[in-house]
Ligand binder design. Structure first.
Ligand SMILES: *Cc1c(COP(=O)(O)O)cnc(C)c1O
Length: 472
């Protein structure tokens, strides 16, 4: 397969070449299974369905743009992580996407839940999630947040600074209670996608540095505090990680800390949390490991490092977010404008503008994240051409899918589906340009269920004290 295929003559223009990693599909209508949730397929008439719902019907009922969550797929993935990591505790990372119904699914599938703000904690509690199975994160937790966690008996608080320890001790004294805590440490491992960096020291806001010695000091403080019940150590190394190399270094450095703590106190800490960050396929290029492969790898790594330090294997936990909800969700957009743009050298780029953009998926703009897209409302017999899917916002960087082969006849009114949009899309969505945020609907067995309704302009304008009601 050629990487630099020039897609041929379209409207007498030559389109831009594909980037090196993007191969020209043999069949532009084919759906690559690893990108899509498990119930997705293209019907005989060409329409993509998910959860037994045709996306054309869905667009009629709920409008576009919309986030569509495949409930069966979400539940399968949650179970796959739970089963592969049997004996460990699997915390679903709520920041990837959380709402009342998703919190319920997480609980029903036997997972625990990690939250990272007062808002996420409130959603979890109001959804009736068992507080004992909630972990609270954050590098600047407010008093309100900590107080709520203590009053409601949240299972563990991951302390991130010595200021937080002080705050927590004071609140515990005031409420006459104790807090179960883990100490978040920074291991000097930073992992993103296919690469990780292991450094001797780190320069970022999270946790207690191991190499700086703060980690051990934080552990001692918690250990000696009559108000704190020290469970163990927490480490989270990054996001969209594809292999276990970074986790191996992090496990070695955290377990060394276990051993230093034992030397000083005679006590072996009970728990180690290795965090989240397990990668998913956003494009055909990505090849994530299965939960089974990761579980086998991480079990082996932890066992090996524990043997090395003469430690017994602690209770273990992980926090996948994206790997559960990411592939379960797609974003659905309608094309409104098709523009061939002359990019010089006789080349053209095909810009497809859709009715959403960086307000509903900031990741391409924020991290240069790559996505893929497929024509969802029909199949096409047209030539695949390299296209760019862009939003409606006033930023040149408002790109949803930088490069994708889409049929040359994609036209106004067509629906485009962007797979792997379940994580960090709605949860990071903004109201930029006063754009109301799209709804999240779940599909299952041919039924559509609203999880979060579409925001309306009235929702937005209700906050504005300077506007008269019902004007315009
Ligand atoms: C973001 C985060 C996670 C989840 O990361 P994913 O990439 O969604 O798996 C887990 N734990 C902590 C502490 C995080 O900050």
């Amino acid at each position: 397969m050629t990487h630099m295929h020039v897609a041929g003559s379209i409207h007498a223009d030559v389109t831009t070449p594909a980037p090196v990693w993007l191969t020209r599909p043999e069949d532009v209508n084919a759906l690559t299974p690893k990108l899509w949730s498990s119930t997705v397929h293209r019907e005989d008439d060409g329409v993509i369905t998910v959860g037994g719902v045709r996306l054309t019907d869905l667009a009629e009922v709920v409008g576009t743009p919309a986030y569509v969550l495949d409930e069966a797929d979400f539940r399968e993935r949650a179970r796959a992580w739970r089963d592969a990591f049997a004996g460990w505790t699997v915390y679903y990372a709520g920041k990837s996407f959380l709402c009342g119904t998703v919190a319920a699914w997480v609980g029903e599938e036997g997972l625990s839940l990690d939250v990272a703000s007062l808002g996420e904690l409130t959603v979890a509690l109001r959804a009736g999630f068992d507080p004992a199975r909630i972990a609270l994160h954050g590098n600047n937790k407010s008093e309100t947040e900590l107080r709520l966690a203590l009053e409601r008996g949240v299972g563990r608080i991951i302390v991130d600074s010595s200021d937080e320890i002080t705050r927590l001790e004071r609140l515990c004294a005031e409420l006459d209670t104790t807090a179960r805590v883990m100490v978040r440490v920074t291991t000097g491992v930073e992992a993103h996608t296919h690469e990780y960096i292991a450094t001797a020291h780190e320069d970022q806001k999270f946790g207690f540095s191991i190499t700086g010695g703060q980690a051990l000091v934080g552990l001692f403080r918690c250990h000696h505090s009559p108000r704190l019940d020290l469970l163990g150590i927490h480490s989270h190394i990054g996001s969209q990680i594809f292999d276990t190399n970074g986790f191996e270094v992090a496990a070695r450095r955290t377990l060394k800390l276990f051993s230093q703590f034992r030397e000083a106190t005679g006590i072996e800490l009970a728990e180690l949390d290795l965090g989240g960050g397990f990668g998913i396929a956003y494009t055909k290029e990505d090849d994530p490991s299965s939960p089974e492969q990761l579980a086998a790898g991480l079990r082996e790594i932890v066992a090996h490092e524990c043997r090395g330090f003469g430690l017994s294997v602690p209770e273990l936990s992980i926090e996948p977010g994206r790997a559960i909800v990411g592939p379960a969700g797609l974003a659905l957009y309608r094309v409104g404008t098709v523009k061939p743009v002359d990019v010089g050298g006789g080349l053209n780029r095909r810009y497809l503008s859709v009715d959403g953009g960086m307000s509903d998926n900031i990741r391409p703009a924020l991290y240069a994240a790559e996505y893929s897209a497929s024509l969802a409302s029909r199949a096409s017999a047209a030539e695949p051409v390299v296209s760019r899917v862009v939003g409606l916002h006033c930023e040149g960087g408002d790109i949803l899918v930088r490069d994708e082969f889409l049929p040359a006849d994609v036209a106004i009114g067509d629906l485009l589906a962007v797979p792997a949009s379940g994580a960090y899309s709605r949860s990071m969505a903004s109201n930029y340009n006063h754009t109301p945020r799209p709804p999240v609907v779940a599909v299952r067995d041919g039924q559509i269920r609203t999880l979060l309704r579409r925001e309306t302009l009235d929702d937005l304008l209700a906050l504005d004290a300077g506007l008269a009601e019902n004007e315009v």
